[in-house]
Design a binder for this molecule. Structure first.
Ligand SMILES: NC(=O)c1ccc[n+]([C@@H]2O[C@H](COP(=O)([O-])OP(=O)(O)OC[C@H]3O[C@@H](n4cnc5c(N)ncnc54)[C@H](OP(=O)(O)O)[C@@H]3O)[C@@H](O)[C@H]2O)c1
Length: 312
């Protein structure tokens, strides 16, 4: 790294934002965290400050961005998940407000937005979130370790009901796919649960976060006024992992496809490495991309998936 940068992180205390702040500070950059209630100080050493701002205050956010002297801005914004019915609306409004604040500010440097895996394209041109039975069959394909991670994440977010749903989903899938001696006794319940889960996981409200992230990508594509770069994390993004420093970038454009991100994953810590590399090098301006890393997800097989779906 040649010089220390001043970087604004929108949403510094979230699962993605906090890793980005850690990575920036570890490389000697100074960070300003902006959100409704950003941490005032950072537990790790480095130059960090927080500025409170609700992104619905477009004028306020625009002024912070104009006056901040930032070399780069990273958005790790996500709407609160407390009320699933409101997630899509809050997400679209939040991303839209951030866009307006950036465009109305005098800031014109690099702007990296973290969106969602649902926006990634298969090679056939279909986006993951438009695939048949999204997101039920894509959850069914997750390895146990990822379902464990997802339930833990929901409990961390105070979403106890959804956390319990995920644990039961894992149990029901196992009852069908890896039956033990007495599994048949509970099979009717497992089948009933999976049928209900299919209704839930294909319901628009449940996947509101994924669809609002796709709307955010649509908002930025074609915009020339800023140096935006849109990262859709891979489908199996996990935090509380390890930082290996290894990752691969896959770009969705006419020259290539980021489909690899649909069946693979990365630890948040390694995704932060990719983000901060982009902050420093600006190689993916006006691109939609993903990054994948070594988390050993190869046991997720589509054969199992097809068998399972035949009876659900
Ligand atoms: N596999 C995947 O595709 C995948 C997985 C996970 C996350 N993601 C994406 O990664 C991005 C970040 O998600 P995350 O899970 O890290 O989010 P998160 O943990 O929920 O954190 C969200 C952040 O946004 C801030 N925020 C929320 N509403 C705000 C408002 N009105 N004004 C100002 N700040 C606000 C929060 O801070 P305050 O509470 O202080 O306001 C918080 O720091 C999202 O786009 C999400 O879709 C993708």
């Amino acid at each position: 790294m040649s010089k220390s940068l001043r970087v604004a992180v929108l949403g510094p205390k979230g699962q993605c934002g906090s890793c980005v702040v850690d990575e920036l500070l570890s490389r000697g950059h100074s960070v300003v965290g902006i959100s409704r209630s950003p941490p005032k100080a950072w537990p790790k050493s480095g130059e960090y400050g927080g500025i409170p701002c609700d992104f619905s205050d477009i004028k306020g956010l625009s002024k912070i961005l104009s006056d901040g002297g930032f070399d780069a801005v990273v958005s790790a914004f996500a709407p609160p998940l407390a009320n699933f019915e409101a997630v899509y609306t809050l997400g679209v409004e939040g991303h839209g407000n951030i866009k307006m604040a950036i465009l109305r500010s005098t800031y014109r440097g690099p702007f990296i937005i973290i969106g969602g895996a649902g926006s990634l394209y298969y090679k056939n041109g279909v986006q993951l979130c438009d695939d048949e039975s999204f997101a039920f069959k894509h959850w069914y394909a997750w390895p146990d370790v990822h379902l464990d991670y997802m339930s833990t994440r929901m409990f961390d977010h105070g979403q106890r009901a959804f956390g319990t749903f995920i644990r039961t989903f894992k149990w029901a899938r196992s009852n069908r796919e890896n039956p033990g001696w007495f599994s048949w006794m509970f099979r009717p319940f497992a089948n009933w649960f999976l049928r209900s889960a299919k209704k839930t996981l294909t319901h628009r409200n449940t996947v509101g976060l994924i669809f609002c992230s796709r709307a955010a990508l649509t908002m930025w594509e074609g915009v020339q006024e800023t140096k935006w770069s849109f990262l859709s994390p891979p489908w199996q993004l996990r935090d509380k992992g390890i930082r290996t420093g290894k990752y691969e970038v896959h770009v969705d454009d006419t020259a290539g496809s980021a489909e690899y991100g649909i069946d693979n994953g990365i630890y948040n810590e390694d995704m932060a490495v990719a983000i901060v590399d982009e902050v420093e090098n600006n190689k993916l301006t006006h691109k939609h991309w993903t990054c994948t890393g070594p988390i050993g997800l190869k046991d997720c097989t589509h054969q199992v998936l097809d068998l399972a779906l035949s009876g659900v």
